[in-house]
Design a protein around this ligand. Structure first.
Ligand code: F6R
Length: 247
């Protein structure tokens, strides 16, 4: 487990983008696992900048998104499909057919989980998985639970997740209450994991996840068992870890 601490969010974003760029220049047809939410927006901006300046080529890359809300139109501004189009794909040289996100409105939700899981297996091992972390310790939408869920599944969003993500919707009542997420097993099988954490509100959970007990009550804590995790965090997110002299 490696920690890279940066002063601000912009530096965090550039650092993580450079790690992804390094992965893709080393292996052109890399499979990259992508996250949504506020944490990776700067990373995607930096990647677009690198592409526009001819530093990277994603034409052979495949991407697999971690999760998607259920019961939302894929064209809805708040769907993760729209998020990815707006923040990365539409400005980038990636083949749309190589980008994958769980469907938000499948006719059969269980069949969609099986389809996505098979797709992950077909693409092979994820070379680099980008993650954020929820204030309750979730990764993807693997919410605190009694056990670690291995494969793609439907989740009821946790009250804290609903409260935290309600900022993107007109009201919490209009927010989807369920999502499809890849499982912890898939995340753990990635060759390399890069986890982003920015801001004071991530400080307590970052400490709990990486220096507390490994428990499904804090899903990100499982990452302590992964052989290649890099946490890229700004000083605000590292506050509790620094105060407790963990590193
Ligand atoms: C979204 C995802 C979530 C977010 C987490 C943090 O695809 O995987 O686990 O990474 O909710 O969200 P932000 O970055 O908005 O704080």
């Amino acid at each position: 487990m490696q920690f890279i601490t940066t002063e601000h969010y912009d530096q965090l974003s550039n650092k993580a983008a450079m790690i992804i760029a390094g992965q893709v220049s080393f292996k052109k047809n890399s499979v990259i696992g992508l996250a949504t939410g506020s944490s990776p927006i700067g990373v995607y901006k930096s990647l677009v900048h690198l592409y526009k300046n001819d530093y990277i080529d994603f034409s052979e890359v495949s991407t697999l998104n971690l999760d998607e809300y259920l019961g939302i139109d894929p064209m809805d501004e708040q769907s993760y499909a729209s998020f990815m189009r707006k923040n990365l794909f539409q400005n980038f040289n990636i083949c749309t057919s190589n980008t994958h996100i769980p469907q938000s409105n499948p006719a059969d939700v269980d069949a969609e989980c099986i389809r996505y899981e098979q797709l992950i297996k077909h693409l092979g091992r994820i070379d680099l998985q980008l993650l954020g972390i929820g204030q309750n310790g979730h990764i993807g939408f693997n919410e605190p639970a009694a056990h670690f869920e291995r494969e793609t599944h439907v989740v009821e969003l946790d009250q804290r997740t609903l409260q935290s993500n309600a900022r993107y919707f007109e009201s919490i009542d209009l927010m989807p209450k369920q999502a499809i997420t890849v499982g912890i097993g898939t995340i753990m099988k990635a060759r390399k994991i890069v986890l982003l954490a920015s801001g004071h509100e991530k400080s307590e959970i970052l400490d709990e996840a990486f220096f507390g007990p490994v428990t499904p009550a804090v899903p990100a804590s499982i990452l302590q068992f992964h052989p290649d995790v890099t946490v890229v965090a700004d000083q605000a997110a590292m506050q509790v870890i620094s105060r407790k002299g963990r590193l």
